[in-house]
Ligand binder design. Structure first.
Ligand code: SAM
Length: 300
């Protein structure tokens, strides 16, 4: 049977080659259009949905038309279905305001000082009240902090995803934190090697958040335990989850992991992740203004 179908295939191809225009047109559709649509200058893609998203494709028989529709439905509806499932065992987690979750009374001066430290270096965090409040709360005992890591230095090279405007100076956030934490060393990490720099109580290293082996390579260059890990890097869920995994193993008791800039479209995913946080840690999904932040503290 297999040999017969191979034979038919061969015969069909030879016939098509005879009408070479049709053959060329078919080859163009099959090989050239997908190549063309992967170009960075074309704002759409032509892809085989089933092969590209195997995790979501149905294990069922059917034509490409039917199966690709089901695959797209599965991509869009798997996370909402998981959230439905988690609501059976826990309360659904809502986005909450920093001031409603943490006690900010007596922190006005601290909040003001931290904002000034960011603004001194033109760091955008200084303009985000939710972020300033959260970090001022986390760092309320700022003299006791000895080491923090922030992923994302803020490259201004537009060939790198998640880059900043061209007039941004990389490292502004790390410098702001360094000034606010008088006894801490600040480690910055970035995929863009061109912007790595060292300064007083500041070091930076290469890291690709999507490759866990680069976290392992980083690990031997920094202290065994840290007070805080901030993920302000690539901002994709898979990159965030690897940073979270590394951070949860790395922070000391009382330490924190913060994932910044969770886009409105990915918030649902974090309503699931919050259920996966191990015992001994406490997570909060916080309003960042237009998106969300995820903050986890190691309790014991
Ligand atoms: C939004 S900027 C960081 C802004 C900076 N934290 C601040 O507050 O000024 C994001 C940074 O993530 C870096 N980045 C992009 N992809 C990355 C990856 N896979 N791993 C690590 N860093 C990445 C970019 O090079 C960029 O410098």
């Amino acid at each position: 049977m297999k040999t017969f179908s191979k034979y038919l295939n061969y015969k069909l191809k030879s016939k098509l080659k005879e009408c070479s225009l049709i053959y060329k047109a078919l080859r163009f559709v099959r090989y050239e259009i997908p190549k063309f649509s992967r170009s960075p200058y074309i704002p759409f893609s032509i892809i085989n949905v089933i092969k590209t998203f195997p995790l979501y494709s149905p294990a069922s028989a059917g034509s490409y038309g039917i199966l690709s529709k089901l695959t797209i439905q599965s991509i869009n509806e798997t996370v909402p279905a998981l959230i439905k499932l988690t609501s059976l065992s826990h309360n659904p987690h809502r986005l909450r305001k920093v001031e409603d979750v943490f006690d900010l009374s007596n922190l006005e001066e601290q909040i003001d000082l931290l904002r000034k430290c960011f603004l001194k270096w033109n760091c955008l965090k200084g303009h985000n009240q939710n972020q300033v409040q959260l970090y001022a709360y986390i760092m309320k005992n700022r003299y006791s902090f000895t080491s923090i890591i922030e992923i994302g230095l803020g490259t201004n090279h537009s060939d790198t995803p998640s880059h900043m405007p061209s007039d941004n100076v990389p490292g502004s956030s790390q410098r702001g934190f360094r000034d606010f934490l008088p006894n801490a060393h600040v480690f910055g990490c970035d995929i863009d090697k061109r912007i790595l720099f060292d300064d007083i109580r500041l070091s930076s290293f290469y890291l690709d958040q999507t490759e866990y082996s680069t976290f392992e390579a980083l690990d031997c260059k920094i202290p065994r335990e840290i007070d805080l890990l901030i993920d302000d890097g690539l901002h994709t869920p898979n990159a965030n989850i690897l940073s979270l995994f590394y951070g949860l193993k790395k922070i000391k008791v009382g330490g924190w992991v913060v994932i910044e800039d969770i886009g409105p479209n990915s918030i649902e995913l974090w309503r699931i992740i919050i259920h996966l946080i191990p015992a001994g840690f406490k997570g909060e999904l916080l309003d960042q203004g237009g998106g969300a932040m995820f903050a986890v503290q190691r309790i014991h």
